[in-house]
Design a protein around this ligand. Structure first.
Ligand code: GUN
Length: 282
């Protein structure tokens, strides 16, 4: 068997087009474009690339992009003052502080400082709590993008066995919450899980978000299972996901790396910003 390719790039393009149409409507009604503020502290090259592509995608969707680049030695007070200013700015619907922050800064204090109703990353504890209790709020972009792809592949997810590998606040935990919300039976595996191959073998769907190149092996996969690969690992051989590409011989459907989950993250960020603008417009 060769797994069906889950084309995240094409799905993301469709989502971005729908967001652009929504943004045009909000702009016509509110008399201003939805606005996304992105804050980058320091010169990490990978973060700079992400921030640049977020800015470009925001403008392409007919939204306003506000970029704030601060030096690596920025103090906690300066960064918090900027967050306060963006919280108060009526032209800003979404605020994203690019992570990781330089080590001397208190990341958790910064995330908690963002107005939860402008927290389009969905990282604020209030939004994590809303997700966990089924209230409306912002959901982290990568897991929400994975859920959209899974719904597209499967339709109804009710009763499916899903194994999420990874327990981060950004992907693993919110992914599990979203899947519980769609009535899946969810197992969250991580670095301390005993007999991971045996756990994965039960899954109808595997979401891999660990950051270890090609760690999920074909022998672990139930034939016909769907594999969603969140990993982006830079190796000497180029970009590699967390799933061994040889799994395509066993799986029923699988996201490629690149071109799978990656393009969904920015598309969902734009979608969250549009939702915020529409909510704030009332
Ligand atoms: N760094 C890597 N991915 C992300 C993301 O989705 N949001 C933020 N804020 N920082 C990141």
């Amino acid at each position: 068997m060769t797994a069906r390719n889950i084309d995240g790039k094409a799905f993301a393009a469709g989502l971005r087009a729908r967001v652009a149409a929504g943004a045009a409507e909000v702009t016509a009604q509110a008399g201003r474009k939805p606005g996304l503020a992105v804050v980058l502290v320091g010169e990490d090259p990978a973060s700079a690339v992400y921030v640049r592509s977020k800015g470009k995608a925001t403008v392409a969707a007919g939204m306003e992009s506000f970029e704030h680049r601060l030096p690596a030695d920025t103090t906690q007070e300066t960064l918090e003052a900027l967050v306060d200013q963006l919280n108060a700015d009526p032209a800003v619907d979404g605020i994203l502080v690019q992570l990781p922050l330089p080590k001397h800064l208190d990341e958790s204090a910064i995330i908690t400082r963002i107005d939860p109703d402008k927290d389009v990353d969905g990282f604020h504890p209030v939004n994590a709590g809303r997700l966990a209790t089924g209230l409306e709020g912002f959901v982290p972009c990568t897991p929400l993008g994975c859920l959209m792809l899974l719904r597209d592949v499967h339709g109804d997810l009710t009763g499916l066995d899903v194994v999420v590998i990874g327990r981060s606040n950004i992907v693993g935990k919110p992914m599990a919450q979203l899947l519980i919300g769609d009535s899946c039976t969810v197992t969250v595996a991580h670095s301390r899980t005993r007999d991971l191959p045996e756990v994965v073998k039960r899954a109808d769907i595997v979401v891999a978000a660990v950051g270890r190149a090609a760690m999920v092996k074909p022998e672990w996969i139930k034939p016909g299972a769907t594999l969603v690969d969140v990993g982006i690992n830079r190796t000497e051989g180029g970009l590699v996901g967390d799933v061994d590409p040889a799994c395509a011989e066993v799986a029923g459907a699988m996201t490629p790396v690149p071109g799978g989950v990656g393009p969904m993250t920015i598309a969902v960020l734009l979608r969250n910003t549009l939702v915020s603008a529409a909510r704030r417009q009332g």
